[in-house]
Design a protein around this ligand. Structure first.
Ligand code: SF4
Ligand code: FES
Length: 254
C-alpha cells in the first residue's frame, strides 16, 4: 500500500542578503512523502515556488549523506532537528505527522553571518583550521603503516574526535555561540597521534587564539553542543583542549 502523503506547514527564514532584515515566511506544502529527507522536502517546496515564479529558498547542502557538514538548518529551534546524532540531510519526514508546523531557521551566531535565507558564512571555522588544524610532513613515499605504532584505545579515541564534520551545529546550539567543541575535537584528534606531536603546543595556542579572534564566545559547560552534534562528539574534547592549552602556555612562548 502506498504511503499516505502529508501536508506540512512551514515557517522558513527568508532574508534577501547579509545585513538585510529577515522574517519567517509561511508556506503550506502538500504531497510530502514520509520517506523524503528533510532537504528533499525543501527541494519539493522550491520546485513549487519556482513553478509559481517565486524565489526559491536558499539553503546549503552537498553530500546529503551526513559527511560534508554543509546542511545547516535550525529545525524547530534545534540545530539539525530532533533526531540525535543525525545531520539535517539524514533526517526523514516520517518523523513528522500530517499537518505539523515546522520552523526552519539558519545557524544563529555573530561569527556566522547570514548570507541569504538559510545560508550562513561559516568560513570562521576554516580560519581556525588554517591557524593550526593540520600536520606538516615532508613529501615522499608513504611510510609503512606499522612504523609508528599507536595503541588501539588511543587510536579509537582520536578517530571519535576526527569524526567532526565541521558543520557548526555546536556553535548554533551554544548560548555563548562557542566553537569550543569543534576546535577541541580538531586539537584532541591531532594531539592523540604521534604525527601531531611536533606542532602540538603551537597548534593549540594558535587555534584557540583564532577562535577568540573570530568572535566565538567562551564555553561555560552547558553541554548543548554535544547534544546537537550530528557526530555525537564528546564534550571531553573541550576538557582536553583546555589541558593542552594550559600545558602549552606554561611551557612555550610564541
Ligand atoms: S563538533 Fe559536532 S556539531 Fe561541532 S562542527 Fe563538529 S560535527 Fe558539527
Ligand atoms: S549535506 Fe553533507 S552533511 Fe548534510
Amino acid at each position: 500500500m502506498a504511503d499516505k502523503l502529508m501536508t506540512i506547514h512551514l515557517k522558513v527564514w527568508r532574508q534577501d542578503g547579509s545585513g538585510k532584515p529577515g522574517k519567517l515566511a509561511p508556506y503550506t506544502l502538500e504531497g510530502v512523502n514520509p520517506h523524503m529527507s528533510f532537504l528533499e522536502m525543501l527541494d519539493l517546496l522550491n520546485e513549487k515556488l519556482t513553478a509559481k515564479g517565486e524565489e526559491p529558498i536558499e539553503f546549503d547542502s552537498d553530500c546529503r549523506e551526513g559527511i560534508c557538514g554543509s546542511c545547516s538548518l535550525v529545525i524547530n529551534g534545534v540545530p539539525h532537528g530532533p533526531q540525535r546524532g543525525t545531520a539535517a540531510c539524514q533526517l526523514h519526514m516520517r518523523h513528522y505527522r500530517d499537518g505539523d508546523t515546522i520552523v526552519v531557521e539558519p545557524w544563529r551566531a555573530t561569527a556566522f553571518p547570514v548570507i541569504r535565507d538559510l545560508v550562513t558564512d561559516r568560513s570562521a571555522l576554516d580560519r581556525i583550521i588554517q591557524a593550526g588544524g593540520y600536520i606538516s610532513v615532508n613529501t615522499g613515499n608513504a611510510q609503512d603503516a606499522n612504523s609508528i605504532p599507536v595503541e588501539k584505545a588511543q587510536s579509537d579515541t582520536a578517530f571519535d574526535y576526527a569524526a567532526c564534520i565541521g558543520c557548526g551545529a555546536c556553535v548554533a546550539a551554544c548560548p555563548n555561540a562557542s566553537a569550543a567543541l569543534f576546535t577541541g575535537a580538531k586539537i584532541s584528534h591531532l594531539a592523540l597521534y604521534p604525527q601531531g606531536e611536533p606542532e602540538r603546543k603551537r597548534r593549540v595556542i594558535r587555534m584557540v587564539d583564532q577562535m577568540e579572534t573570530e568572535g566565538f564566545g567562551d564555553c561555560s559547560n552547558h553541554g548543548e553542543c554535544e547534544a546537537a552534534c550530528p557526530k555525537t562528539i564528546s564534550i571531553s574534547a573541550i576538557a582536553m583542549m583546555r589541558r593542552e592549552y594550559l600545558k602549552a602556555t606554561l611551557s612555550i612562548k610564541e
